[in-house]
Structures are given as structure tokens and as C-alpha cells.
Write a protein that binds this ligand. Sequence first.
Ligand code: HEC
Length: 500
Amino acid sequence: MRERAGSHLAPLLFLLSVLATAPAAAREAAVLYRDLCAVCHGPDRLGASGPPLLPQTLGRRSEADIVRIVREGLPATRMPAFGDLLEAEEIRDLVRYLRRPPDKPPRFGMAEIAASHRRFVAEEALPDRPRFAADPLDLFLVVEKGDHHASLLDGDRFVRLARFPTPRALHGGPKFTRDGRFVHFASRDGWLLRYDLWGLQPVVKVRAGIATRNIALTPDGRFLVVADTLPRAVVVLDAVDYRPVEVIPARGADGTVSRVAAVYQAPPRGSVIVALRDVAEAWELVPAADPARRRLRRIPLPEPLDDVLFDPAYRLLVGSSRSSRGAWVVALGDGRVVARLPIEGFPHLASGVTFVRDGRRLLITPNLTRPEVTVVDMEDWRVVARIPTLGPGFFARSHRSSPHVWVDVFAGPHRDAVHVIDKRTLGIVATLRPAPGRRSAHIEFDREGRHALVSIMEEDGAVVVYDDRTLVEVARIPARHPSGKYNVGNKIRFEEGTSH
Ligand code: HEC
């Protein structure tokens, strides 16, 4: 009898014990967090010198992955290893705690943005000429992810002019002012920095979100528009002094809340196009100093498109879908579907480029999940070539005056390879391996389209400069995990062979 009663009670007792210990474990974890993690990740988990630790920002990592990070730390970063300090169980509880939303939902609105604002130097104190002799419109900015710095290269002699710290974990391309003098950086954790390339000094910074995708300047240069995934919003700031103008919650026409995938400047339209991840629409936004006067137009889409490219006139949006892995062409004016592209490899359109061959404009795009570069005719939207590559690619780059398009191999055993494609024959004319066995990716041309620069994306990496006609290496500049590099002249002229 007693035994039967006991076996009856066992599940109940177990449940009771779980209920009793769960809050205690949570408290335990909260204390550990406060004592060991808060100093770098912020008391409210919104991030400080380290990234935010919230379910939304950790979402892409598995529990096992996070446990390993806490136990072993992250090499070559300031994230320490806690394996010797904490029991396996404590680490597991801590990680579960991090994967639960905080008791107080994170708030990040106008007040928080304004409170984060910091000015480093008064506008009046900025120098009236560059502190270097190089042509200020022929500079390259190299983002070095390894130790969160950027380097400024002379685009003529390919030597480093300066190296300076940036916000941690930059994300999306930096954006130059129309005169090329200032650059705006954005970090994954929402920090923006306006940096003076002439005076080689930071000017202002602000935090415009907890998790940010990218930024775009309005074509008139007055506003900076920020794509946030946390909060789910588009943030508009004054592009000069970084005062917040407006936080626009990202909701579809039916009220569905969406992450903001990206924002893009559309110069011929005088607007910014907003790509949304969770709703089937894009926005055309024209900000104003008085939020009541801004314009926001919804463009219906066949499905959510979060990676997009435009024709040079910005009449059409070509976007790829995460769920269907295909791509659509939609008229920005009225949302009319112009074509569905038969590309199945998840084309990375934001890194595709367009060029003219025999009087017709072609679009060339790498695919994130297929070893293929796809070429599409932008008049009839037929696929004109599928060029097999050594692996899925990420970036394609060209220049109006170059006979080539360069594409990287981003995944797989041939990550060290870069293909050079002939714009006329659409065939691969060379496969370069700037550092055998090491990842080479992201290409950018110089202003004249004579040289192509490739990043060796490793901790002790380099930027390798090739002569685009002879394909011979002409310079190699050491850099710490260089990711993107950006030619000031190409970016401010909206050169057709590069992204914007
Ligand atoms: C001395 C500062 C510091 C302390 C203390 C610290 N971290 Fe970190 N942590 C960092 C930095 C910096 C990074 C980002 C590293 C990188 O990728 O550049 C990081 C990254 C992480 C990540 C990966 C997050 C992501 O989105 O990629 C996790 C998870 C993490 N820390 C958990 C913890 C936990 C849990 C604690 C406390 C037990 C802790 N950290 C204590 C500095 C710190």
C-alpha cells in the first residue's frame, strides 16, 4: 500500500519540487548575471562594452552554442571563459535565463536615444582641410572587424593613412556624406558614429536601437534612417547632430509587427526605401523635421522581401525572399509585379551589381545556397547565364570602366577563391587565391576601376590589391579581420558596380 501511495505521489512531488526550484534557479542566475556579466553586458542586458544578451539578439544561436561561449569564452575578444568559475549546471541555468525575456521588457524610444547622445568635438572646431595629402575623394575605408577599428587607405598609392577605433561589431556598410568628408558607421548593437575623415576624429555618437541592421542617408543628406530589429522600428535622426527626430514602429498595413530588414537611399526618388522582414510590403519614406509632415507610402509585395537591389532609375525593386528562396521584380510606383525570377539559390541581391552589355542592362548576383552566379537580363527578366562557381558566393563587384565582374566564394572548401568573370562572354577568366587556405571575400574597385581590392578575412588578414587588367597583385596591406572596404568616390557617385 505504502509503495503504491508513494509511486502515486512521486510525479506530484517532482512537479512541486520543480515549481519550488524554478524561481530559485532563476534568481540564482539573475544574481550570477549581475555579479559576473552585467559589467560588460549592461545591468538590463541591453549591452555595454559587450553585446546585448536578450532572446531576440541571441535567437540565432543554439543553447549549446551559448553554453560553449560562456564556458570557453570567445578567443581574440574581451569575452572571458567562465568554465573554471561556474559549475556546468550554473552555466546552463544562466544561459536559460538569458534566453528568457527580462522581467521588464526592454524599452528603447526617443528618450533612451537622446540620453545616449555624446558629442566629441564642436562643429566649429573641425579643421577646414584634410590632415593628409592624399586625394580625399580617392580614399578607401577598410572595416577591420578583428579589433573594431577602421583604416583609411590612400586609393592612389595603396598605403594606410590612419587607423582608428570604431563602435564594436559594425554592421551594414558605412555611409559617406555627399561631399565625402564625413562617414556614418552603424554597429549591430545600434551605436552610430559620425566620423570626420579630414580631421581624423569622432564627432558625435548615439545609440539608435538595441539591435540594428543598417543605415541610409536621405538623398538631401539631412536625415539618417536606421533599420532596427529591436525595437521593431525605423528610427530617423538628424544626420548632422544625431538628435532623434522620430521612431516609427514597424507594422504592416494589417497591424503585424515586423523586424526592419534594411533601409536604402533612393536618390532619383528623393526617398529611402525600407525593406521589412515579416510583412509583405516595402515602405517609401521621406522624413521631415516635423514628424507630422513626413511621408510614408506602403508598397504591397507578393511576399516579404528582405534583400533587395534597384534598377539605376529606382523604378523597380528586385528582392529575394527568405522563405521561397526565389526573387521578384516589383514596380516601386504601384507595386505591380513585373516578374518572378527563376533563381532558386537565395540570390544575395543586395550585393549584386548591374552593367550594360550590347545595349542591354544585366544583373549579376551570387547565390547564398548554390555554387552559381546568376545573370539576368533586366529588360525581359530572362536568366541569360548560370555560371558555375566553386561554392556559394556573397559579394559581386564591378566598375563601369572594368571589363570584369569579381565574385567571391564565401562558403565551402574553396573559401579562399575569388572568380573574375568577363562581362562580354560571361565566362570565368581567372580564379585567384590571394591566400591559399584562408577566406578571401568582398571586393571593391578603386575610383577609376583600375584596381580591385580583396579582403583576406582572417584575424591576421590583409587587403590585397590587384591590377584589374593584368590580374597581378600590386600591394598587400596587413589588416585584422578586414571585412568590407569602401571607396569614397565610388560610393558618393553611386558607381554602378558597387552596393550603396
Ligand atoms: C569583460 C567583459 C565581459 C564579461 C565580464 C562578460 N562578457 Fe560576454 N562578451 C563580451 C564581449 C566583448 C562579447 C562580444 C565578443 C565578440 O564577438 O566580439 C561577448 C559576447 C558574449 C556572448 C555572445 C553574444 C552574441 O550575441 O554573439 C554571450 C552569450 C556572452 N558574452 C555571455 C556572457 C555571460 C553569460 C557572462 C557572465 C557570466 C559574460 N558574457 C561576461 C564581454 C564580456
